[in-house]
Write a protein that binds this ligand. Sequence first.
Ligand code: PMV
Length: 330
Amino acid sequence: MEFSIKSPANIAFVKYWGQQDSSLILPSNDSFSMNLSNCFTELKIEVVEDPSVKEMVIKEYKTEQYKAATEAEMEKVVAFYTVAKKYLGVTRDKGFRVRSSNSFPKKAGIASSASFFSAMALAFITLFEKDLNKKRLSVLARLSGSGSACRSIPDGFVWWHSAATSEKSYAESIAQVDYWDIRDIVLVLSFDEKKVSSVDGHHGAQTSNYFDSRQQTIPFTLQRIKKAFNDKDFRQFGEAIEQEAINFHSILMTQVPPLFFWSEKTISCIQEIVKLRNAGLEGYFTIDAGENIHLLCEGKNEDRFVEYFKKQDFVKEVITNTAAQGAQIL
Ligand code: PMV
């Protein structure tokens, strides 16, 4: 049996940071995101009868060659395979060969682990010939270890619920891809892979003196962003998203050990976005756990932003995204 899967990365408007249970990957707070149309992982899976075969090759971004996954990468895949088998109540082992490629640079704060592990969740249920609804599939994706992978399962704009039990902490679509024409323009400032994984980062979240205060304000942030989203009030939406991104990075910078992702280029980019906004071109930034900027704008303004940022020498690449469908079998 052979099949292919495509799954998007997602950008969180309200970020998930910190866990109430690190073995079940239960987040400390709800989060809200959009799936990205041009940042995705594609997998080709070959299922083999010999259960000892567990292989993966990865095509690096912008190269044609596939390289064998590292031992550490393979360990995560096999660990997730074991989790999936248990979750699905499967007893018989299967072997598999995976070919993975990304449409965007990985481990650079563009949620490559979310696109990859959501794709693997769909791959495992297909391999084991199980049918799960999206809610349960999102729970499985969450259990991969990359919690935000659950938000890449449903379509469009997605809400991930925090809860005290595993089955209740699922992701669901709150609006379809065509609900609102907002764009996420990824301004790639660096292709460097980050040195600390989000998994390790989450464990330190509560060491920040500001973590409790974030937890207290997050329900209001969520409410404010959801209202702006429902009203399609782009200004309210963008302003709240920027504040949330800064709040999130304040936690990162004050946890122990601290995580500094912003570079000089990040700051320059923020300044440019604010400058353009003051001049009437409306866009807002958010930043994931990485140096790169996600610039949110309405569809009508995308071309002007792209034209502008392509000319800036600190911008290495510009990737434009509309809202996208979740993980799918091709
Ligand atoms: O899903 P993880 O465990 O890789 O955590 C990543 C969380 C952030 O990307 C930093 C924020 C988010 O909600 O996407």
